[in-house]
Design a protein around this ligand. Structure first.
Ligand code: IMP
Ligand code: MG
Length: 184
């Protein structure tokens, strides 16, 4: 199969560029209101690699003093299924007394965010909240509180706007569903 455009691999566009833009702007405003009266700065922590595009757009929509850092975690498992065993592969510096906002691309089983939220909360921050662009509630194995959620989606494997399949398709400017033949 020869494909010239990355978008040729898609079966369907689930969330368009303009829908993403509108919702990300709203999320930025929700987050600003959620930290009304914030004394000092917000530490925005993006989960690599999936959140990089969402974070880049989101921070420009949050009218607060922000510092930005990145963390990476990997779970043992194949490319579409997470396992319960999470490992931090890039960590942030000390967060004691800081207000931390984690930025994630998608909460699926919940294993990754459950682990990361517990880990960061054990480090005595002033607060830890989570913003996730996408939520697939039907896939949840452990409960996770998402403080700010972009879109709830059905149980479909999605790519684009930072999300990948086997390292590819992160550069698509929208969220789409891959054609089944692209899994093989
Ligand atoms: P969880 O630990 O099962 O909640 O999964 C978290 C990670 O799995 C996310 O941060 C994504 O990197 C990845 N993931 C889960 N579902 C999808 C999807 O539909 N497309 C791309 N990546 C996904
Ligand atoms: Mg991820």
């Amino acid at each position: 199969m020869h494909m010239v455009s990355a978008a040729d691999a898609l079966q369907e566009i689930l969330i368009s560029e303009s829908e993403l833009r509108t919702r990300v702007t709203e999320l930025g405003e929700e987050i600003r209101r959620g930290y009304e009266g914030l004394d000092g700065r917000l530490l925005v922590v993006g989960m690599l690699k999936g959140s990089f595009i969402f974070l880049a757009d989101l921070v420009r929509a949050i009218d607060l003093h922000c510092e930005i850092d990145f963390m990476a975690a990997s779970s043992y498992g194949n490319s579409t299924e997470s396992s319960g065993q999470i490992r931090v592969t890039r960590d942030i510096k000390g967060i004691e007394g800081q207000h931390v906002l984690i930025v994630e691309d998608i909460v699926d089983s919940g294993y990754t965010m459950d682990y990361i939220l517990r880990l960061l909360r054990s480090r005595n921050p002033a607060s830890v909240k989570l913003v996730s662009l996408l939520d697939k509630p039907s896939r949840r194995r452990v409960p996770v509180q998402i403080d700010y959620c972009g879109f709830e989606i059905e149980d479909k494997f999605v790519v684009g706007y930072g999300l990948d399949f086997a390292g590819m398709y992160r550069n698509l400017p929208f969220i789409g569903v891959l054609k089944p033949e692209c899994y093989r």
